[in-house]
Design a protein. Structure first.
Length: 325
């Protein structure tokens, strides 16, 4: 394919529609980690698709950067949450009921699923100033003294920010369940608590994009071996990754339950086939683009008299100190 200079839409529907799982029981084994839903014919065939997708991700990235800036700008110019809500005006059309929006990308995956790579590629296109990226490891002593959502609430992006969660509250129904870190009654109760929490987020103008990067057992094995072969990748390896791998089926079952029980209309689960990194990045880029598009963002109007400020600048009051040093 030559002359890739514009974004080509996914084929067969939006990526949100194509990758959404449920309603009903989710069967991960039926979703091929090497498949490429939505990839248009324009991508070509075979190896060429990789190059095509990479070029598209670059183009998509420029758009994501612009949209993210609009989100950030809207929050900067908006009245804070303490200010009484004023009557909605044309100027507030880019805000939900006058409240600045937030977007939160939740990334879940088995080890080597590509969470870090996705963040590097997709978030790399956006302005770091407006990003709020948080990773979740085993809870600290202080975190364990609170309920499981406590650390999650504290990590939410402020209005106007794009948040990215590298792992999330879902670990509390994944690793916590498989490794029996809590008793069954405790993790069983968490699905409903998560659904309540996510509804609360949606009501607070947080748009969730919940993505499971779906890799195969074989692909994980290859990526782990890479980490054990290339000395520049040792840092990515943790011996406990092999213990987790040994319980692959239990983790897949726990994932399937989380997707089934917490895939809601307000916060659907999206499964991105992730054995092919180029497809993964392309798919997640489109998911974010669609999310931004649905927010109908725009740059906020000036909250000052533009003509008057121009006049002041011309008449010298804004220029006298320039180049004085
Ligand atoms: P990584 O993402 O490779 O840096 O690994 C983070 C580790 O933290 C993984 O092994 C997760 O399973 C673990 N982790 C994350 N959240 C929790 C949690 N809520 N409870 C226990 N372990 C967790
Ligand atoms: Mg790891």
């Amino acid at each position: 394919m030559s002359g890739v200079d514009e974004v080509v839409r996914p084929e067969g529907g939006s990526m949100r529609e194509l990758l959404r799982v449920g309603p009903g029981a989710v069967d991960l084994a039926a979703l091929d980690p090497r498949s490429t839903p939505g990839l248009p014919a324009a991508a070509g065939r075979g190896e060429g698709r990789k190059e095509w997708a990479r070029a598209q991700v670059e183009l998509l990235g420029a758009g994501l950067g612009r949209q993210q800036e609009m989100l950030y700008a809207a929050a900067k110019g908006a009245a804070g949450p303490e200010t009484p809500a004023s009557a909605p005006s044309q100027a507030d059309a880019h805000l939900a009921g006058g409240r600045p929006q937030r977007v939160l990308l939740v990334l879940q995956a088995m080890d080597c699923g590509g969470k870090d790579g996705t963040i590097k590629r997709v978030a790399g296109a956006m302005n770091p100033l407006g990003l709020h990226i948080r990773s979740f490891g085993p809870p600290t002593g202080e975190e364990l003294r609170h309920d499981f959502l406590w650390r999650i609430r504290r990590a939410l992006p402020p209005p106007g920010y794009v948040g990215i969660f590298n792992r999330s509250h879902y670990e509390d129904v994944l690793v916590a369940r498989v490794e029996s870190l809590v008793d069954e009654a405790t993790w069983q109760a968490r699905y409903d608590l998560i659904n309540d929490f996510e509804r609360e987020l949606a009501d607070g103008a947080v748009t969730l994009v919940k993505v499971m990067l779906h890799i195969s057992y074989v692909e994980q094995g290859e990526r782990l071996m890479e980490r054990l072969t290339d000395p520049t990748k040792y840092w990515k390896f943790n011996p406990s990754d092999l213990d987790t791998r040994a319980r692959w089926d239990d983790y897949q079952a726990a994932y399937a339950d989380a997707l089934t029980r917490c895939g809601t209309d307000t916060a659907p689960w999206l499964v991105v086939p992730a054995d092919r990194k180029w497809y993964r990045d392309w798919a997640v880029s489109h998911l974010l683009r669609e999310t931004f598009d649905a927010l109908h963002l725009g740059y906020p109007p000036a909250d000052f008299d533009v003509d008057r400020e121009r006049q002041r600048l011309r008449s010298g009051s804004g220029t006298t100190k320039v180049n004085s040093g």
